[in-house]
Design a binder for this molecule. Structure first.
Ligand code: PMP
Length: 402
């Protein structure tokens, strides 16, 4: 099926050796969060055991060690995404990265009636921050396969469009958007673009400099790294012009009661004690994935998707939601026999971990006329055995409810 040594990969994920409700665990919920390999667990452990101290501010050896590891993590992330380290802002995740852009970049440029152009498949974290900043959110429609109608999207670019924001891969459908083409069109209109890379970062090689987007957001936890840590990549000219959004330690150059001045990039946007272990864990995850090869991992997942899709479609009463020609690692579906919540419960009893609900994409659920879907999502540690276990459990759903 692929060149990957699946057994060797799985052996690196202690959590996958566990059972789920007494059955073999088939973890098919990586779009919610990926599991963490030993290399990441060890990096976190080693940091807290041997280098824990606050960064940047002290002279003692531990503090120096912590700072070296923390800033080394930034350099490692920089190489992975081909972006200068000054343009790598550490955040708590994709959500915070987008909120940063909404508050610090978009809001100061907004006038009443100004728009942010989105697609109908965006995650709530790529909708709500723009609304909170005061923008009107305009969404381009999708076809019945869950693909963006590019001409319709293009038509919605208006003189009021202040920003274009789009997910590279949909977390609910797996649809891969033509972001390179969209960025080229946006640039021709002089409109800045933010790419929500949360679902893409572990499944598509990223060269932020070559991509030409203005902003790119991702989370470590969907990249085999820890939760609560993420990154915002941004063009230097934007970061230099943007005001800081959180005030506190580390983001300042000078402070007085008359006023304060800001630190250099990237620290201007990083107030307070950061998630030091998070950065180190993220870099360890990147090192691990890079050694494996993102493209190789993606090819493995694609082969598995190709195996699963026709077999899932054969289950009586099952309807796949999202059948894009260009699609990655997600199987969203509904069944005549049972509500997604009941599907999830039966699957759980069979050892299969999936997600049910709206997946933080309520407008997308509305588009497809469903309140929720059941979603199986793939990662590099999944194999045909996981899919076969899913298929058997789905047949059981039909037997129980059909
Ligand atoms: N956008 C997309 C496409 C996502 O898949 C996710 C996470 N499921 C997010 C944004 C939000 O990421 P986080 O919760 O890590 O901030």
């Amino acid at each position: 099926m692929s060149e990957l040594d699946l057994a060797a990969i799985r052996a690196q994920f202690p959590i996958l050796q566990q059972q789920n409700r007494g059955k073999r665990l088939a973890y098919l919920d990586s779009a919610a969060t990926t599991q963490k390999p030993e290399a990441v667990l060890q990096a976190l452990d080693l940091y807290y055991r041997s280098a824990n101290a606050n960064v940047h501010r002290a002279v003692h050896e531990l503090a120096e060690r912590a700072t070296t590891a923390y800033e080394g993590a930034r350099d490692r992330i920089a190489r992975f995404v081909n972006t200068p380290r000054e343009q790598i802002i550490f955040t708590r995740g994709t959500t915070e990265s987008i909120n940063l852009v909404a508050r610090s970049f978009l809001q100061p440029r907004l006038q009443a009636g100004d728009e942010v152009l989105l697609t109908g498949m965006e995650h709530h974290s790529n909708i709500v921050p723009w609304q909170l900043a005061g923008a009107k959110t305009v969404a381009a429609p999708l076809n019945d396969r869950g693909e963006l109608l590019l001409d319709e999207w293009r038509k919605r670019i208006s003189p009021r469009t202040r920003l274009i924001a789009v997910c590279q891969i949909s977390n609910s459908l797996g649809t891969v958007n033509p972001v390179a083409e969209m960025i080229a069109i946006a640039r021709a209109h002089g409109i800045p673009v933010l790419i929500d890379g949360a679902q893409a970062i572990a499944h598509t090689p990223l060269d932020f400099t070559a991509l030409g987007a203005d902003f790119y957001a991702f989370s470590a936890h969907k990249l085999y790294g820890p939760t609560g840590f993420g990154v915002l990549l941004a063009r230097r000219e934007h970061l230099e012009a943007m005001p800081p959004w959180h005030g506190g330690g580390d983001m300042i150059r000078t402070v007085s009661f008359e006023g304060s001045t800001w630190n250099e990039l990237p620290y201007k946007f990083e107030a307070g004690t950061p998630d030091i272990a998070g950065a180190i864990g993220c870099a360890a995850a990147i090192e691990w994935l890079d050694q494996l090869g993102v493209a190789k991992a993606a090819a493995h997942e694609q082969a598995l998707l190709d195996y699963a899709t026709p077999r899932l479609a054969e289950i009586p009463g099952l309807r796949l939601i999202g059948t894009a020609a260009h699609k990655a690692g997600i199987l969203s579906f509904v069944m005549d026999a049972a509500h997604p919540q009941d599907i999830g419960t039966v699957l759980d009893m069979e050892g299969v971990a999936i997600r049910t609900g709206h997946h933080c994409t309520m407008p997308l659920m509305q588009r497809f006329g469903v309140p929720a879907t059941a979603r199986a999502s793939l990662a590099v540690y999944n194999g045909r055995d996981d899919i076969d276990q899913l298929l058997a459990a789905l047949r059981k759903v039909n037997k129980l409810f059909g």
